[in-house]
Design a protein around this ligand. Structure first.
Ligand code: 39A
Length: 214
């Protein structure tokens, strides 16, 4: 295993996403991903799923990004906190979600415009959004060509002999190293680069969560 292309090629042989949605993250391209990206901070995805289900049951989320963005922006923070307790830090996350929704509306007008226009800098200027959440939003919600890095990625690369400590360094290793092979030999031409990054990150998470080694 010498580079990012070799790693992706190896991961592909394991069929880790056979039971997953096409971009791995459920409901890619939607406002719900923005909510999930905040909720998943410092907690397990299974806890996030419970919170998302509660938000659906309360009709705050209804699989309609523009409606959902408005609904969350006008919601009472304490009510949201009561629905997302499973994700931990409920009061803090509720405040951040409501504030972020209001800011998206005031800066971009709607979710469609947000997903086309938002910058890395704007996202990082929002309370509670760091590099990983920013990149989850850019890739899985806005469908941009951005590769997410997380603790699973850092640990996997270290176990393979590529020990790195900086977010940008790991991201550059993942993205830049794909040039060492012919990516079109791995994916059908209908799969965009953004989706390849989405699936690559998903494969790393699934491998790690299943306790598999390569
Ligand atoms: N840790 C995680 C996940 N595990 C996940 N899925 C499974 C589907 N997502 C979307 C985010 N973070």
């Amino acid at each position: 295993m010498e580079n990012s292309f070799d790693l992706l090629s190896r991961l592909k042989t394991l069929h880790l996403l056979d039971q997953s949605p096409s971009w791995w993250w459920p409901n890619h391209g939607s406002f719900e991903v923005v909510v999930g990206a905040i909720l998943t901070q410092n907690t397990k995805w299974e806890n996030v799923q419970k919170s998302l289900q509660n938000l659906h049951n309360a009709k705050i989320l209804q699989n309609h990004s523009e409606f959902d963005l408005h609904a969350l922006s006008c919601s009472d923070e304490r009510m949201i906190a009561s629905l997302i307790t499973s994700s931990g830090f409920a009061n803090q996350k509720a405040k951040r979600l409501v504030t972020l929704s209001k800011n998206i509306l005031s800066e971009f007008g709607d979710f469609k415009n947000f997903s086309q226009e938002v910058s890395s800098e704007w996202l990082l200027s929002q309370k509670g959004i760091g590099c990983e959440s920013r990149d989850c939003i850019l890739n899985y919600a806005c469908l941009r060509e951005v590769m997410v890095v997380d603790r699973y990625t850092q640990r996997l690369l270290a176990s393979l002999g590529f020990e790195m400590f900086e977010y940008d360094e790991i991201q550059s290793w993942l993205v830049g190293g794909l040039q060492w092979g012919d990516i079109s030999s791995l994916y059908d031409e209908s799969v965009s680069l953004a989706q390849i990054y989405a699936r690559y990150h998903g494969k790393i998470v699934e491998l790690s969560k299943r306790g598999l080694r390569i």
